[in-house]
Design a protein around this ligand. Structure first.
Ligand SMILES: [Zn+2]
Length: 240
């Protein structure tokens, strides 16, 4: 009789112990996750990273300019200027390329590599820099593209477009969603493509080839990116 009572007590004790362990485990897991998320958001905003992606490179020159310039060269020059401006604001920048070389031998692999950098670095935003072209010479003006499923991409696009339109007062272009561009389709982070202007328009091609106008474009894009980061910071503060 006595042995039976001891066994029952032991089993009951064991059950209580298991339950306590489970409750403690759940509590610790919850605390750990909350801490981790706070750390991630905090790090993303106190030391934000931006990926800058100058389109094309190497044997892929991009769109040919009506004045003989090559798109790849203008993309790189503008992107390097944006990098400098963002660095001045303590924003870390990862470039997908900072030389003339593209990232792989085929265009497909090159784009894949660019997306891999964006997904790996987990930036607050990725910005691809390109120049446009059209068969009608009078078409001009910068335009920013985003994926239709990316709310953040759309928000960032609007801020960058507004800054560009201030620089180009006669530009009536609006942000546009695009679900076919490889980069927009395959990134897991907010991503935008900035088409700074049309190389098929002589006047704009000439401007885009000049160092001073490249600087002005860079200032506008960097300002838009900075406004976007500030906006996320503000939202995070409001949520806290
Ligand atoms: Zn391009």
């Amino acid at each position: 009789m006595y042995r039976k009572a001891v066994s029952v007590a032991a089993i009951a004790g064991l059950i209580v112990l298991i339950l306590l362990c489970q409750i403690l485990g759940t509590y610790l897991k919850k605390e750990f996750r909350a801490g981790q998320e706070a750390e991630e958001t905090g790090a993303a905003l106190t030391e934000p990273t931006v990926v800058l992606d100058p389109g094309h490179g190497g044997i892929d020159a991009g769109k040919p300019g009506i004045n003989g310039v090559e798109e790849k060269e203008i993309n790189l020059k503008i992107a390097l200027k944006i990098k400098e401006l963002l660095n001045e604001k303590n924003i870390e920048v990862v470039m997908t390329r900072d030389t003339d070389d593209r990232l792989a031998d085929s265009q497909r692999e090159d784009l894949k590599e660019r997306v891999a950098v964006m997904n790996r670095e987990k930036p607050v935003i990725s910005v691809s820099i390109h120049q446009n072209s059209y068969h009608e010479e009078n078409v001009h003006g910068a335009q920013v593209f985003y994926h239709s499923q990316s709310e953040e991409g759309e928000r960032a696009s609007a801020m960058i477009q507004e800054c560009l339109n201030e620089l180009q007062p006669d530009n009536e272009k609006k942000i546009k969603s695009n679900d076919t561009y490889y980069i927009l389709k395959n990134t897991e982070v907010p991503t935008v493509i900035v088409e700074c202007g049309f190389l098929s328009n002589y006047e704009e091609a000439q401007k885009l080839s000049s160092d001073s106008y490249q600087e002005e474009i860079a200032v506008a894009v960097a300002e838009g990116v900075f406004l976007y980061i500030e906006d996320i910071r503000q939202q995070t503060d409001d949520d806290a």
